[in-house]
Design a protein around this ligand. Structure first.
Ligand SMILES: Nc1nc2c(c(=O)[nH]1)N[C@H]1C(S)=C(S)[C@@H](COP(=O)(O)O)O[C@H]1N2
Ligand SMILES: [Mo]
Length: 379
């Protein structure tokens, strides 16, 4: 038996045709673009650069963008696999010999594809594991995820530029394309249906984590709507956060022009307001809930601070990524932003941040700080 290294021509299926790569590439391109833009929005919200004004409306904006982020990333996985299958015979194409400008171009192209594919595969894989709240690696997830996103965008632009002539000539199916697709085996149309079907299937199996109507079939969703204390999922329990029962000498401190201190009963005696707002976790799950508590703007007024103040929120949790957060002025002043004491009609469960937590519109879950015991008005 002789072993022969295959050449590009050894793969005769018409499904390796550039027209197939173009069609699947378009779908993957849409998924990557949606994922990138929504991810950028999430990153900017969390890093909060001073120059950026984030509106507080629509109140559910972040819920939608982050739901789309996780959905498009998840759906990109089968699309990427299909795209790779379509083009892998190219791996066996021999560079022209002797070395020429064409060969050099081919090497640059190969390198850009190597970077693109490895960065995208790593991004999608670690991103998906992150939705499962599994961090089996030593590097900081968010920074790495963000850096990889830019590498992907850069490599993708190079890839699109190199392939531009091929993409434009196969953007529409031509008679020659259809001719080339005649063959035995799976038809091109069946392949497109199968790939689109696989994308739709993983989408439907995960979208229920942010669209409760589909919650019951969300087998890929680690968090199911409605499941958790007070009918709301918990991201980090009090126990994991090292927060134990809160006793009677608990006080909320508000530090502004005046320094104020409130016991829980005193907070309950202040004017109470209601907000219907979602928790929208960066990991993709989200759910609306009914909150009740004291408006942050009322606390600003009570401590003599101007309405346009930035507020730092400090948790009783000692160490962890989310022990503090900041409310930019438009968030602190928004009438929907509460120091919530109640959820869905009863006192907060300890896991949801008892005795007091932040809830604000259009805000990533990571910034909805639980177990708040101190507010500081920033100069
Ligand atoms: N102090 C503190 N607040 C926190 C967290 C935390 O780990 N510590 N987790 C945040 C995250 S990631 C989310 S999604 C929401 C979830 O709120 P819930 O557990 O009440 O649903 O709380 C946020 N507030
Ligand atoms: Mo979260």
């Amino acid at each position: 038996m002789s072993l022969r290294v295959p050449t590009e021509q050894s793969f005769s299926s018409p499904l390796h045709h550039p027209r197939v790569a173009t069609v699947i590439g378009r779908w993957l391109g849409v998924a990557v673009a949606v994922c990138f833009l929504t991810g950028l929005f999430s990153h900017l919200q969390q890093s909060g650069p001073g120059w950026l004004f984030i509106p507080t409306r629509p109140a559910s904006l972040y819920r939608v963008t982050q739901g789309l982020h996780v959905l498009s990333g998840t759906m990109a996985v089968p699309l990427l696999l299909a795209k790779l299958w379509t083009v892998y015979p190219k791996l066996f194409a021999r560079p022209p010999w002797p070395p020429s400008r064409k060969a050099a171009g081919m090497i640059v192209e190969r390198l850009s594809i190597l970077v693109l594919v490895s960065a995208l595969a790593l991004e999608l894989f670690t991103g998906f594991l992150n939705t499962l709240q599994w961090y089996p690696w030593p590097f900081p997830f968010r920074q790495t995820h963000y850096a990889l996103a830019w590498i992907i965008v850069g490599a993708l632009l190079v890839h699109l530029a190199i392939k531009f002539p091929l993409i434009t000539s196969h953007w529409r199916g031509t008679a020659a394309d259809r001719e080339a697709s005649q063959g035995t085996g799976l038809s091109r149309r069946s392949m497109f249906r199968a790939v689109a079907g696989a994308g739709a299937l993983v989408g439907i199996a995960s979208v229920g984590q942010s669209a409760p109507v589909l919650g019951s079939i969300a087998v890929l969703a680690p968090r199911k709507p409605g499941i958790g204390p007070q009918g709301l999922p918990v991201n980090r329990t009090a126990r994991d956060a090292g927060v134990t029962a809160v006793d009677a000498d608990w006080r909320l401190t508000v530090r502004g022009p005046k320094q104020l201190e409130y016991s829980l009963d005193e907070l309950r005696a202040l004017p109470q307001n209601r907000s219907a707002l979602p928790i929208a976790c960066v990991e993709g799950w989200s759910q609306g809930a009914r909150w009740e508590g004291v408006r942050i703007r009322d606390l600003l007024a009570l401590c003599g601070a101007p309405m346009s103040s930035r507020v730092r929120v400090i948790s009783m949790e000692q160490d962890g990524f989310y022990t503090t957060s900041e409310l930019p002025p438009q968030f602190a002043a928004d009438p929907l932003t509460l120091l919530a004491l109640r959820l869905n009609g009863s006192d907060l469960d300890l896991d949801h941040g008892f005795p007091a937590r932040i809830i604000a519109p259009n805000r990533p879950g990571v910034l909805q700080t639980k177990w708040v015991h101190r507010l500081e008005v920033l100069p």
